[in-house]
Design a protein around this ligand. Structure first.
Ligand SMILES: Nc1nc2c(ncn2[C@@H]2O[C@H](COP(=O)(O)OP(=O)(O)OP(=O)(O)O)[C@@H](O)[C@H]2O)c(=O)[nH]1
Length: 509
């Protein structure tokens, strides 16, 4: 289970304070509560079909308190909650967590270790389901938009009993096995034996598992008096009494007693009691039959659990296969993205950084230098008489020269430097942590290299080019931004041009 989330942390702490500590330690030992065997069978049946939908699972789970509590808590966990409303019904919960998590949650059901254990819990399950059906019918009359959540809350109102029976299997028979004991009496016995009754236990468990505050609060007060302004709470609280009456040895008398109580509170016509009884009469017998609660249940729990584990295993396998595929798709996507990003930063002809990337990098490095009090230099390079070269040897030869020059420049820079094509036949190199003298030496290496190596061959003849270079160092001017630094390097480059080309000038030197 998920553990309390941030929202219910305070509620959880307050419930923990109220719960005797020996009880919380014992309850923590039972990680899962047993599921109705018939529901477990139904879930397995559904999981065998390839076309099973979320609704199929939700319909199966919604009558089982243990699985309902589990699925509600998982759906409410922080991971799924995000900014959304908490789930109010099994349908909400399964929609929230999706098919994979629903399957993983419901297939990890557990059962009572033997038929005897399951039979001993029949009254608990019968009461939970009867109360849920009654509560949702009443809610449809009084607060229709809450009937789904009232059903779920009513189903879970006694989950504390299931937990206590599971934590104290040896005492369960003695505490809960006496026939025709009233719910009131059970609560008195619990109070004597455990120091609190099952509503608090149920609320604490749901808080521990991370259910939402509304549900926890409603369970905690599910057994309070009927004197409440809140219609949903009223439907919940009266549902237990109706379930007890319906399941008692003498339903007619018991129901009359409940009606008397209600009449004292509110006019009976509003409650449409006869409609409720007709609804219970019509709904409950087939439902109890389906859930195996009409007669003792006989199931081979070992075989059932084995099959569930097998299904869970198959499900996990298919899930991990899908995760693998998703992971691969994600990696390809990331690679494609990285490649695309890299391409969007490159000049296609020279394979150096393009102007946009150069400017972005220069902006960042300029800011870094200011904050860390470091320096940097930029080197502005312009190929000489490139128009003449193009005109004389053709545009293709010009392209060849640019591409070759790009490769040469890339071979001269160090790790951390950035060389790029700034415009047509203009190049820019950023030299971090380099002063003006270092940058000048770098620029002179370029001019020397160009004297040694031709940048193209035309009709087998080597074609040499020269460049005019301007250098500017951050330390040599009060530059306000990176643009001013580039302008300074550009000015120095023009100075070189005016001085006869094929050389290096340094700004401010
Ligand atoms: N082949 C080729 N030529 C280009 C490219 N980009 C710009 N050019 C050319 O480069 C030439 C630049 O000419 P100018 O700005 O007059 O400069 P220059 O001829 O180098 O003269 P100076 O800079 O004064 O030495 C123009 O003819 C442009 O067409 C390109 O990608 N490929």
């Amino acid at each position: 289970m998920t553990g309390p989330n941030a929202v219910s942390e305070t509620l959880y702490t307050s419930l923990t304070d109220q719960l005797p500590s020996f009880l919380s330690s014992a309850l923590l030992q039972c990680k899962r509560l047993p599921t109705l065997p018939a529901v477990a069978l139904n879930i397995l049946d559904i999981s065998r079909g390839a076309e099973a939908t979320l609704s199929d699972y939700a319909s199966a789970i919604e009558h089982d308190p243990a699985l309902t509590a589990r699925i509600m808590s998982v759906a409410n966990s922080v991971h799924y909650l995000r900014a959304a409303q908490p789930p109010h019904t099994c349908f909400d919960a399964t929609q929230r967590i999706g098919l994979d998590v629903t399957l993983a949650t419901v297939l990890s059901f557990c059962l009572f270790e033997n038929d005897h254990g399951a039979r001993g819990r029949l009254p608990f399950w019968q009461r939970s389901i009867t109360a849920a059906v009654a509560a949702s019918y009443l809610a449809q009359q009084l607060c229709p938009h809450q009937s789904g959540s009232v059903f779920t809350t009513a189903l879970l109102q006694d989950i504390g009993i299931l937990a206590l029976q599971t934590a104290y299997p040896g005492d369960a028979e003695r505490l809960y096995g006496i026939e025709n004991t009233s719910h009131q009496h059970i609560m008195q016995v619990e109070k004597r034996y455990f120091g609190c009754h099952h509503a608090l236990v149920g609320a604490w468990l749901l808080a521990k598992w991370g259910a939402h505050d509304g549900l926890i609060h409603a369970i905690q007060h599910s057994h309070d008096g009927l004197d409440t302004e809140d219609n949903a709470a009223l439907c919940l609280r009266v549902s237990g009494a109706i379930a007890d009456a319906w399941l008692s040895a003498n339903p007619a008398d018991a129901l009359a007693g409940v009606m008397r109580q209600l009449n004292a509170l509110t006019p009976s016509s509003e409650w449409a009691m006869s409609g409720l009884l007709a609804h219970l009469q019509q709904t409950l017998p087939p439902l109890m039959e389906t859930l195996g609660l009409g007669m003792p249940v006989t199931v081979d729990s070992v075989a059932l659990l084995k099959e569930a584990q097998q299904r869970l295993f198959e499900h996990t396998l298919s899930l991990s296969a899908r995760l693998d595929a998703q992971q691969k798709a994600r990696e390809t996507l990331l690679n494609d993205y990285a490649e695309l990003q890299q391409r969007s930063r490159l000049d296609p002809l020279t394979q150096l950084a393009n102007r946009a990337w150069l400017e972005e990098q220069l902006r960042e490095r300029f800011r870094l230098c200011l904050t860390t009090e470091r320096t940097m230099s930029v080197v502005f390079i312009d190929l000489d008489h490139f128009k003449v070269l193009n005109d004389r040897y053709g545009h293709q030869a010009g392209d060849q020269v640019l591409a070759h020059f790009g490769r040469m420049l890339a071979s001269l820079i160090r790790v951390g430097d950035l060389a790029g094509r700034y415009g047509g036949e203009e190049f820019l190199v950023i030299l971090p942590d380099e002063d003006a003298e270092g940058a000048r030496r770098f620029a002179e290496r370029i001019t020397r290299r160009l004297q040694e190596r031709p940048m193209a061959r035309v009709d087998q003849e080597p074609l040499y080019v020269s460049v005019s270079i301007g250098v500017a160092c951050l330390t040599d001017g009060g530059f306000g931004d990176e643009r001013e630094l580039i302008d300074a390097a550009d000015q120095s480059m023009y100075f070189t041009k005016r001085s006869g080309r094929g050389g290096v000038s340094v700004y401010g030197h």
